[in-house]
Design a binder for this molecule. Structure first.
Ligand SMILES: NC(=O)c1ccc[n+]([C@@H]2O[C@H](COP(=O)([O-])OP(=O)(O)OC[C@H]3O[C@@H](n4cnc5c(N)ncnc54)[C@H](OP(=O)(O)O)[C@@H]3O)[C@@H](O)[C@H]2O)c1
Length: 319
């Protein structure tokens, strides 16, 4: 009887200790996020930017969670954009990439508002273009008004350019004012980052650059990751005009057949396994759905190496 009593006591102790561990973990996470936000000029609190394949999210250094796959909206405008984003949302996509330069922030906002998904569950990225850098406060207000979704989850500078530091500092002010939650950069590489980061206060949470099997950025990605910054790839399928070549690549097709998947799904999966967030663009409902179904298989080390060997340093756009 006494032994049974001791056993129950031991079990209770273990349960209560593991509950404490969970709480401590949560508090640590929250502290990390808060440190980042209150650090001001301190710059850089390196968070754990490894992907959570269960929740399909990553914890940004800003303290916010972001989905690791989404839809890109470059070249989608008007009703096509509203419909594509709506199909994506209906298929479980919660990350949407837009930009001032895509002329579709209103359409993205419309799709988000029309969905019955709680605002907090959707993550919208938009970008300031260099021709806006000389009036960043007004440009931020313009993005907020066009999107009309209360706040912007993340704003990026689209390219380096004259006035980029001042524009970033204006975005920092908008973070303090609760208008934007996280900040990032696009088309910033190692040299550009080394020059830019010492001039700003809030470390970017994300850098979005061209990444696909023919342009892999294998030197840039580890550098960005080492700063605690998440990497997101644009043109994951090579971009319009190049997709046929990439999707028809013999090695990629062979790997796809081996897994009973499409070439697009293999490329998206390869990105995630490299720690790169994907935002394929599409207005085809079948493709949009297909681009969400790549969590039920895994590329082997050998397959990752074969994909890695496809790198040609071949950029599909100038920036
Ligand atoms: N920061 C920057 O400077 C920058 C630059 C470029 C792009 N971006 C962002 O990155 C996103 C992705 O780039 P992107 O859209 O230009 O190029 P992408 O995603 O590499 O390719 C889009 C093309 O792939 C096709 N496609 C999509 N899914 C497919 C599938 N499962 N099977 C076969 N074809 C498929 C699409 O055609 P369908 O419509 O027929 O599916 C479209 O023609 C953009 O939308 C944009 O948000 C950022």
């Amino acid at each position: 009887m006494k032994r049974l009593f001791n056993l129950i006591l031991a079990c209770l102790l273990i349960v209560s200790l593991s509950a404490c561990g969970k709480q401590a973990e949560t508090e640590n996470d929250m502290t990390g996020g808060q440190e980042q936000q209150t650090q001001g000029g301190g710059n850089t609190v390196t968070g754990d930017i490894s992907f959570n394949f269960e929740t399909k999210t990553v914890l940004l250094n800003s303290g916010y969670e972001m989905p690791i796959y989404g839809i890109g909206t470059y070249s989608l405008t008007g009703d096509t954009c509203v419909e594509s984003v709506t199909v994506a949302l209906n298929n479980g996509v919660r990350l949407i990439d837009t930009a001032y330069m895509y002329h579709n922030e209103e359409s993205v906002g419309e799709a988000v508002r029309n969905s019955d998904i709680p605002r907090e569950e959707i993550f919208v990225i938009t970008k300031l273009y260099p021709n806006q850098f000389d009036h960043p406060e007004a440009a931020i207000e313009e993005a907020l008004a066009k999107l009309d979704i209360d706040y912007i989850d993340m704003m990026l500078l689209h390219h380096p350019g004259t006035g980029d530091v001042e524009a970033y500092l204006a975005m920092e002010k908008a973070v303090a004012d609760g208008k934007i939650r996280s900040l990032g950069l696009s088309n910033w590489y190692v040299e550009e980052l080394e020059e830019f980061l010492p001039q700003i206060n809030i470390t970017p949470a994300l850098v979005q650059n061209e990444i696909h099997p023919y342009y892999q950025e294998n030197d840039v990605i580890p550098y960005i990751h080492s700063l605690g910054i998440v990497v997101q790839g644009w043109y994951p399928l090579g971009g319009r005009g190049y997709t046929a070549e990439l999707l028809g690549n013999e090695i990629i097709s062979e790997i796809a057949t081996a897994h009973g998947k499409s070439s697009a799904q293999v490329i998206l999966r390869w990105n995630l396994q490299k720690g790169v967030v994907v935002i394929p663009g599409s207005s085809n409902p079948d493709h949009i759905q297909e681009n969400t179904e790549f969590f039920d298989f895994e590329l082997t080390e050998e397959e990752m190496e074969r994909m890695g060997a496809l790198d040609r340093g071949e950029k599909h756009d100038w920036y």
